[in-house]
Design a protein around this ligand. Structure first.
Ligand SMILES: NC(=O)c1ccc[n+]([C@@H]2O[C@H](COP(=O)([O-])OP(=O)(O)OC[C@H]3O[C@@H](n4cnc5c(N)ncnc54)[C@H](OP(=O)(O)O)[C@@H]3O)[C@@H](O)[C@H]2O)c1
Length: 217
C-alpha cells in the first residue's frame, strides 16, 4: 500500500458539506489539510470548525500548496474553477468527486457531460495534472457525524495513472472502515458519477446513507 502519511491535502470548495467531511476525516487521520474557498474568510472559518490542525486559504493558494488536491465544488462551477487553476494544479494528483446531477420531482438523475463525465472534464482542462475520480458515493453527513467511527463503504477509484490511483486508494483507506478499490479508467467515470443518483433514491426510500461494497476482492 502506498504511504500517504506525509502528504498534504488541499480541498477546493472545502467550505461545503463534502469538502468539510473529507477534510475532517483526513485531518483526524493525521494529514495536513487545507480548506480552499473563493473567500479566504469562509475558508478560515470552515477550517476552525473542523479543528485537528486544518487551515484555510483561497482556492488558488490551496491548489498551489497541497500535494493532492480534491475538487469538491458543485458541477456548475467545476469547469471554470479548474480552468482558472490549471497552472497551480500542474503536476499534481487532482481527485474529482463531482457528481453532475439534476433534480426534479422524480428525484435525482445524471446530467450528460460533453467530455463524458466530470472527471474527464477535469482531465480535459487540466492536461498537466494527474486526474483521479473518487469519493463520489461517500455521504458528507456520515463523514461529519462524530458518532460514526467506521464509514461502511468502498470508494471506487478511477484513473489512467496507476501510481496516482494507488495513492488515492491509500488515501481512501485512511478513513476508518473505508477501502479504496480500483474501478477502472477515467473513461468509465460516468457510470460511477451517475450511480449517485441511484444511491440518492435508495437513501430517500430507506432513510439511509447508503454506500457500495465490492465483493470477492
Ligand atoms: N454532499 C455530499 O454528500 C456529496 C457526496 C459525494 C460527492 N459530492 C460532490 O461533491 C461536490 C460538493 O458537494 P457539496 O454538497 O459540498 O456542495 P456545496 O456545499 O453546494 O458546494 C461546495 C462549495 O463549493 C463552492 N462553490 C459553490 N459554487 C461554486 C462555483 N460556481 N465555483 C466555485 N466554487 C463554488 C462553495 O464554496 P465557497 O463559496 O466557499 O467558495 C461551496 O461551499 C459536488 O460536486 C457533489 O456532487 C457531494
Amino acid at each position: 500500500m502506498t504511504d500517504v502519511s506525509g502528504l498534504s491535502i488541499g480541498i477546493l470548495g472545502g467550505t461545503g458539506d463534502q469538502g468539510k467531511g473529507l477534510a475532517r476525516r483526513f485531518a483526524l487521520a493525521g494529514l495536513r489539510v487545507a480548506i480552499g474557498s473563493r473567500s479566504e474568510e469562509r475558508a478560515r472559518e470552515a477550517a476552525e470548525s473542523i479543528g485537528a490542525g486544518a487551515t484555510g486559504a483561497a482556492n488558488a493558494a490551496v491548489a498551489a500548496g497541497a500535494d493532492i488536491v480534491i475538487v469538491a465544488v458543485p458541477y456548475d462551477g467545476h469547469k471554470a474553477l479548474l480552468e482558472s487553476l490549471a497552472a497551480e494544479l500542474a503536476g499534481k494528483i487532482v481527485v474529482d468527486c463531482v457528481n453532475p446531477l439534476g433534480f426534479d420531482k422524480q428525484g435525482a438523475y445524471a446530467l450528460p457531460v460533453a467530455e463524458g463525465s466530470a472527471a474527464q472534464q477535469a482531465a480535459a482542462v487540466l492536461p498537466d495534472s494527474r486526474v483521479v475520480a473518487a469519493f463520489h458515493h461517500v455521504s458528507a453527513v456520515v463523514l461529519m457525524d462524530p458518532a460514526v467511527d467506521e464509514v461502511d463503504l468502498d470508494v471506487l477509484v478511477l484513473g489512467d495513472d496507476r501510481e496516482a490511483t494507488d495513492t488515492v486508494q491509500a488515501l481512501a483507506g485512511l478513513i476508518p472502515g473505508v477501502r479504496g478499490v480500483y474501478g477502472g479508467r477515467l473513461r468509465n467515470a460516468f457510470q460511477v458519477e451517475a450511480l449517485t443518483a441511484n444511491l440518492i433514491s435508495v437513501n430517500r426510500r430507506y432513510k439511509a446513507h447508503a454506500g457500495v461494497r465490492v465483493t470477492d476482492i
